[in-house]
Design a protein around this ligand. Structure first.
Ligand SMILES: [Zn+2]
Length: 476
């Protein structure tokens, strides 16, 4: 079955067919972070959604080229540089590395290309020059260059492809220099911002444009087209970026090339925290780091972010995080039992995932995700499989081959979910050391000591299960 996606451009569900004539390669661009602060959990919902899209395309056999930009020059960044009295690179470098560390914590695959805006100034300038030459951009009295929505529309181009805009009621033709502006206004937006004293050292020199820096929207057009070509398959982002950012990306790109920019636009919905829009004043504003500090793991947070369909507003709650812990424990227990049963003889052939049987995890999981990445239905299939598998284990109807085949199917499913299984790596070194000390005590028949260690482990939240294959640690 083919993958179907909701395309914001057509406002409908469409079969995914990449531009590649061989139907194999797929180019995917996702708007990346603006590195002036730590990314919050709402941002992470979008990046986890992009990770799901990429992993599922790969599961379907596509060769994905995943590009995500780093916005490292922008209004808020310049303000931050000024206040922190750092260089631009020092300031953005700190948040950029934090971003990638967080991305790893959430087990998101690293994009194949992560272009920085400041390293693409010549490409950005060339694109602005093209727009000036085509008459859809103009230089204002202060030296800044703006995109003219009126001239663009007069060329027969469509501004308002991602959402319907009422030009009569809106302030069409007004001009904004800010990177983010009132979503109700259809305004000419800055492509190149002439240097002002507040910019400090943050400016570039251009013979044609003068001293200044690029606007936010133009960098995405320049970098996505450089990495993926003038027309590419998929562009993702949060729904807050639909307008004006993505609409402006379309206008700049199509205004310069005269070709369609992107075939499929996918937008992830908002995230609420405890039923409300996140805000620092409400105390419901969380970065990933805040949640880790509360004792949750990246795996639990990833799971929770992945429970709802990407086009549904999602209510992120602490209760949900506790629920994630329980749900993951169910999976871990089932997969753990399968591992005990189905360890393939070393050097032996790896079992093939089962083709039939009840339930057929791979087929059911894939059918759910083919339907516009319906992840909640896909989890439904996973838990149905867990229940069935547990039942079969309980009545001893799974032999080693069945178990190895079930594990192979799970591994394939997990290549999309990216939650892995609780591994020994997650057992803290201190706990592992205590376990080893207990083993040594038992070996030396010092049962008093081994019992004392067992109690100590219990006090730290771990129990030991002695199995025929040796002791196993379990979190209480
Ligand atoms: Zn962008």
């Amino acid at each position: 079955m083919g993958l179907k996606l909701f395309n914001t451009l057509s406002r409908s569900i469409q079969e995914f067919a990449p531009l590649d004539p061989a139907g194999k390669k797929a180019g995917m661009y996702c708007c990346g972070p603006t590195v002036y602060d730590y990314a919050h959990i709402g941002n992470w919902r979008t990046f986890v959604f992009a990770d799901l899209a990429r992993r599922y395309l790969e599961f379907k056999g596509y060769e994905v080229k995943h590009v995500m930009n780093i916005t490292d020059v922008e209004d808020k960044i310049i303000k931050g540089v000024r206040e922190a009295k750092m260089t631009l690179r020092e300031f953005t470098g700190k948040y950029e590395s934090a971003f990638f560390a967080d991305m790893k914590t959430l087990n998101c695959l690293e994009p194949h290309q992560k272009p920085r805006a400041t390293e693409h100034i010549p490409e950005i300038i060339a694109l602005i020059e093209k727009l000036l030459a085509r008459g859809v951009a103009y230089k204002a009295a202060d030296g800044s260059v703006y995109f003219s929505i009126e001239k663009y529309r007069n060329c027969g181009c469509n501004y308002g492809q991602l959402l319907k805009l009422n030009f009569d009621e809106m302030r069409a033709g007004e001009r904004v220099a800010s990177d983010e502006y009132d979503k109700e206004s259809v305004a000419d937006f800055a492509l190149w911002k002439a240097r002002v004293s507040e910019d400090g050292d943050v400016f570039w020199k251009s013979d044609s444009l003068g001293e200044g820096r690029p606007g936010w929207h133009i960098e995405c057009s320049a970098m996505s087209m450089k990495a993926l070509g003038e027309t590419f398959d998929l562009h993702l982002g949060g729904e807050d970026l639909k307008f004006p950012h993505h609409e402006d990306e379309i206008a700049q790109s199509e205004g310069a090339t005269g070709k369609p920019f992107v075939k499929y636009w996918l937008h992830g919905a908002f995230l609420l925290v405890e039923g409300k829009k996140m805000s620092k004043s409400l105390g419901n504003f969380f970065t990933l780091r805040d949640l880790i500090a509360k004792g949750f793991t990246g795996r639990e947070i990833r799971y929770l972010l992945l429970t709802a369909h990407y086009r549904e507003t999602f209510n992120f709650t602490m209760e949900g995080l506790h629920g994630a812990r329980t749900a993951l424990a169910r999976i871990d227990e089932c997969v753990g039992k399968l591992r005990e049963l189905g360890v393939p003889p070393s050097g032996g052939p790896v079992a093939e995932p089962p083709k039939g049987g009840t339930p057929n995890l791979l087929a059911d999981f894939s059918a759910a995700l083919d339907d516009d990445l319906n992840i909640s239905a896909a989890w439904g299939e996973v838990f149905k499989w867990v229940t069935e598998t547990n039942k079969r284990i309980a009545v001893n109807s799974l032999n080693a081959n069945d178990a190895a085949a079930a594990l192979a199917a799970w591994d394939k499913v997990d290549s999309v979910l990216g939650i892995g299984t609780k591994s020994e790596a997650e057992i803290p070194a201190e706990i592992q050391a205590l376990l080893e000390a207990r083993q040594a005590a038992r070996k030396a028949k010092d049962f008093k000591k081994s019992d004392a260690i067992r109690d100590e482990l219990k006090a730290k939240g771990w129990t030991i299960e002695d199995t025929p294959k040796g002791p196993k640690l379990k979190k209480i």
